[in-house]
Design a protein around this ligand. Structure first.
Ligand SMILES: [Zn+2]
Length: 442
């Protein structure tokens, strides 16, 4: 694959990048590369005497008890057979329960491999609606996720469709809490909306262990992600994390992170994470009430040094915009925004007034040379909207995206920039192709 994939596969905590890539994309396309990144895991990680982790696109956990086993999340179907092999090497006792921390395809894709005729599958009550949402928008998300995660196209949708089949249904759902005992262990399940509205967190008091699905990463979260999501309420996300913190776990297990051990370490990490989200949420709301527009807030709001937790996956600016739009929607108090005619409708006029596209491209080049890369992209858009095949503009946009990509440490930004470069290279290539000879009949 192009440059991006190996870069993030090499950074193991960032294997989480592939979270929620619809399985439709993951299967048989770039998944081979991703599978390779985890090929060295020859045995499951022993977390404690009862819990084992198989790592991958997302983790699968096995919890053993004297009365049968529990599986927590099932990864993608492409990973499930390897995970099953690793975890069955630990225990082949029957799987009494599968618990799904949420309905993203990289958590439910392996259900079929684990599910027996008597296995209960437990999910939060919003799980069916969440799967339905994904199903309705699978064409949109397939295209966006392919770009975001730098996967090859074309994409087949059959696997995404498959996720709606009854084998993926839960047999038990709950609104707020659900507790069961198995052998010597108690499993307390709690609704924990955050990354998704069907997210749940699990507390096993005997082991002082908490599972929190995708509500914690080792970077700032995607309160909004570019592939497109429903509103991810920071207020609910914070409450869910505060709930987990109040359990004072000794072990914290997430779907895309290595096991975190030690009550003090967990307390510190969760607190920093909570406070980082809270800070961004509060500052956004404060700015909104003060009448600031979304772009001003995207530029102005920065995390204080003590709360900087990295932006390799989530990005502050996208989250600020996601919070702003999530609370109040898209209207920006400008008359032209009320109507269906976009800014691009007058780009041709601007090009004409500038005496043609070349002068604008020259100005864009000046911005590029002085390091104003975002302004460069804005000016090139003025040219490329009315004239999508302007070669110099395409070349400069490729240069700009390449430079931005070389500086980016966020894997999603890298994925999109690589996609934009590919698109413009295709357009350039089409320009240089010799025109086909006309057939005699035409
Ligand atoms: Zn997820």
């Amino acid at each position: 694959m192009p440059a991006v994939l190996p870069r993030f596969c090499g950074v193991m905590p960032l294997a989480m990048m592939l979270i929620a890539v619809p399985t439709a994309l993951g299967q048989g396309i770039a998944q081979q590369n991703i599978l390779q990144a985890f090929a060295n895991e020859k045995e499951a990680i022993k977390v404690n005497d009862h819990i084992y982790q198989a790592s991958g696109f997302s983790n699968t956990y096995l919890v053993t008890t004297s009365d049968g086993n529990v599986i927590i999340d099932t990864s993608t179907s492409a990973f499930a057979s390897r995970h099953k092999k690793l975890l069955q090497a630990v225990s082949k006792a029957p799987i009494k329960y599968i618990i799904l921390t949420h309905g993203h395809p990289d958590h439910i894709g392996g259900i079929r491999q684990w599910r027996g005729p008597d296995t209960e599958v437990i999910a939060q009550a919003n799980y069916p609606a969440f799967r339905e949402y994904h199903h309705r928008l699978m064409g949109f998300h397939a295209r966006r996720a392919a770009a975001q995660y730098n996967l090859a196209l074309p994409v087949t949708l059959s696997a995404a469709e498959e996720l709606l089949r009854p084998e993926y249904d839960a047999t038990i759902t709950f609104e707020k809490e659900y507790t069961f005992k198995l052998g010597e262990l108690t499993f307390e399940l709690h609704a924990a909306p955050g990354e998704t509205q069907d997210q749940l967190a699990i507390w096993i008091p005997e082991l002082k262990t908490a599972f929190l699905g995708d509500n914690y990463y080792e970077t700032f979260p995607n309160i909004y992600t570019l592939r497109g999501t429903e509103f991810r309420s920071p207020v609910l996300w914070i409450k869910s994390l505060e709930m987990v913190r109040s359990w004072h776990p000794d072990i914290l297990l997430g779907s895309h992170v290595a096991p975190i051990k030690g009550a003090k370490e967990i307390e510190t990490r969760l607190t920093n994470y909570i406070e980082a989200i809270r800070y961004v949420d509060n500052e956004t709301v404060k700015g909104m009430n003060a009448g600031k527009d979304v772009h001003t807030l995207m530029r102005e709001i920065k995390l204080p040094d003590e709360l900087k937790i990295g932006e390799q996956y989530g990005r502050l600016t996208w989250s600020i915009r996601g919070i702003f739009d999530g609370y109040v929607g898209w209207f920006d108090e400008q008359p032209q925004t009320m109507y269906a005619t976009p800014a691009s409708s007058v780009h041709a006029d601007l090009v004409e007034l500038a005496g043609g596209p070349d002068g604008i491209v020259k100005k864009a080049r000046e911005h590029f040379d002085s390091g104003q890369l975002e302004e460069t992209l804005q000016l090139l858009d003025v040219v490329l909207n009315p004239e999508p095949t302007h070669a110099e503009a395409l070349k400069l946009r490729i240069e700009t995206c390449t430079l931005l990509n070389s500086r980016a440490d966020n894997v999603i930004e890298q994925g999109w920039l690589a996609e934009f470069i590919r698109r413009d290279e295709r357009a350039l290539k089409a320009l240089t192709k010799p025109a086909k000879k006309r057939s005699r009949a035409s």
